[in-house]
Design a protein around this ligand. Structure first.
Ligand code: 1PR
Length: 535
């Protein structure tokens, strides 16, 4: 193969680079992995997808001599594309676990987003950019949205204005991309930004495309509300992995055979939803609480195959916990999560184990550092850790009837009860726990969750709309993004949840699987209602 079709990749092994590899391959390029600092100096084009925490990344770069090689390579104006942390590391320093020195090529300090004025941190989701300078690789971006996921950012200033090629607004302007000569870096994830993201990679990989000049323009948007398709996955009685869907979490047909409802094949459906415009796809292995996921290799295979063709974020949940197998081999929840990340997941979702961790934390007030949430967020960052809450509504005559947070409900209960609390469950709704959704949400935010997937067993599969009371309660209680889930039955339910609560995203399963309302119609409806979405 000609050297033009080879790109060098600097992957120091700290996270999921599988999607980027898949994206590069899907564009017809081959990857050469950096093994030594010389490989950097000898590269024709180099991509540096920074993953993990700033300090840890700098540590590796310094210890291996890669940092010095990178510095020289970029100083010589060799073709370079940094992604996410790969942009941040070019700056002088970062406040992330620091201050920690960066490569010092670009003036400025990388700081944390300020969540005090209602902006949720991490910044997760789709934004359009203010393109301020001709940057070639952004030429197809225009007013399209691209996908961000980060808690830290660099800000534009007089000192770095020669570098900045686009900015974005999230509680203040931050740098979305830089460009000087052959050196490019982007804060967003092109490998997770659908077709538009692939075009950014393509233009970097094949500079001949840039001779076909187009005017570059783009106007920054608000953070778009996300529409997420969810696939509940489990083995049916024949042992095949199927997408299933419950009614209030009951996934078996009401027939004599009592078979598991089968709504399609996971990889196929995920591919379809990507084409239909889903902003994100979640897989929940709903029997993960009883089957050990690393024993459940088909799920890893589903992720591997899906990530070959799906270039939006993938979340996977089910069974993430410490585990000892039949042979006495112990696996930490971090090992389980790592296997999911390696197989193509961008985020993992923890259900039952988060309930136990939150209960323990509330009881003792002590963070042990040992819970799955703490372990995984320490290594992969809290933007990679979702907590899935499975609450059930319990009506009350008076909020004083329980020790948990109760609210006045919009629709009174069957006996005229005016209040309710939302009791958390574990093991897919099978086990009611002594903790409310409100208490759980606040506790897991402190333990390292970066996002909450908020289900509601009462509404699941009913198609009557989201539980607005619950979603309002939780999205006002935390400063991390909340995904509203359970009950979508019409496009109007999506605008309702975004107009009436502070949810950042809305997730649905049944209406998409049954092809009642396509994702495109949901987006169109939201757009007509004046709600920012990625089209
Ligand atoms: O506890 O860490 O092993 O994780 C198990 C995961 O599996 C949890 O995230 C839990 O929500 C999920 N789960 C367990 N049992 C079921 C079940 O249905 N029997 N599914 C289940 C949860 C709920 C939503 C669903 C929405 C939207 N599924 O994900 O997709 O309610 O549905 P709709 O739009 O059709 O109303 P752990």
């Amino acid at each position: 193969s000609s050297s033009d079709s080879v790109v060098t990749l600097l992957d120091y092994g700290a996270g999921n680079v599988r999607s980027l590899r898949n994206a590069i391959r899907s564009l017809g390029f081959e990857i050469k992995d950096v093994q030594t600092p010389e490989d950097i100096l000898n590269a024709n084009r180099l991509i540096f997808p920074g993953v993990g925490a700033f300090a840890a990344a700098m540590d590796v770069l310094n210890k291996t001599g890669m940092g010095e090689a990178l510095y020289t390579y970029i100083q010589k104006d060799r073709p370079f594309l940094g992604i996410c942390l790969g942009l941040q590391l070019l700056f002088e320093s970062s406040e992330e676990n620091g201050p920690v020195n960066g490569l010092g090529l670009i003036p400025g300090v990388v700081g944390r987003f300020d969540s005090s004025n209602g902006f949720r941190v991490p910044h997760i989701g789709w934004n359009a950019l203010d393109i301020t300078k001709d940057s070639e690789i952004l030429d197809d971006v225009g007013n399209h949205h691209v996908y961000f996921v980060h808690s830290y950012r660099a800000m534009p200033s007089d000192d770095n204005k020669d570098w900045v090629s686009s900015t974005c607004n999230y509680g203040g302007k931050f740098i979305a991309s830089i460009r000087r000569g052959n050196v490019h870096a982007v804060q967003f994830h092109p490998e997770k930004s659908g077709d538009v993201g692939l075009s950014v990679l393509r233009r970097f990989l094949d500079p001949k495309l840039n001779m076909l000049k187009k005017p570059t323009e783009g106007k920054a948007s608000k953070l778009a509300k996300r529409v997420i398709a969810c696939l509940d996955v489990r083995a049916n009685d024949k042992g095949d992995l199927v997408v299933t869907k419950g009614d209030q979490y009951e996934v078996r047909e009401h027939t004599k055979e009592n078979e598991v409802r089968n709504l399609g094949k996971p990889v196929e459906l995920a591919g379809q939803y990507y084409k239909d415009g889903a902003d994100e796809i979640s897989f929940l292995n709903i029997t993960g609480f009883r089957d050990f996921p690393l024993g459940d290799l088909p799920m890893l295979q589903v992720l591997r195959l899906t990530s070959e063709n799906v270039f939006v974020p993938l979340t996977v949940g089910g069974g993430i916990r410490d585990f000892t197998d039949a042979n006495g081999r112990h696996y930490s929840s971090l090992e389980v999560a790592s296997e999911y990340f390696r197989s193509g997941a961008d985020k993992i979702s923890v259900g039952s184990d988060a309930v136990y961790a939150a209960e323990g934390y509330i009881k003792t007030g002590v963070k042990t550092g040992k819970s799955s949430l703490e372990q995984i967020s320490r290594v992969y960052g809290n933007q990679a850790v979702v907590v899935s809450i499975d609450p059930r509504r319990v009506y009350l005559n008076s909020p004083q009837d329980v020790e948990f947070k109760a609210i006045k409900v919009t629709n009174p209960g069957p006996n005229g009860e005016e209040y309710a609390w939302y009791q958390c469950t574990a093991n897919g709704g099978r086990e009611g726990r002594p903790i409310g959704a409100y208490e759980l949400a606040k506790a897991v935010e402190e333990l390292g969750a970066g996002e909450i997937l908020l289900n509601c067993i009462d509404c699941d599969g009913q198609g009557k709309g989201f539980d607005i009371d619950l979603i309002k309660l939780i999205s006002d209680a935390v400063s991390i993004p909340v995904i509203a889930s359970s009950g979508a039955g019409a496009a109007e339910h999506f605008s309702e949840v975004f107009n009436e609560t502070n949810a950042s995203a809305a997730l649905a399963a049944g209406i998409f699987h049954r092809k009642e309302v396509p994702i495109g119609s949901v987006k169109e409806h939201l757009c007509n209602e004046g709600i920012e979405v990625r089209i």
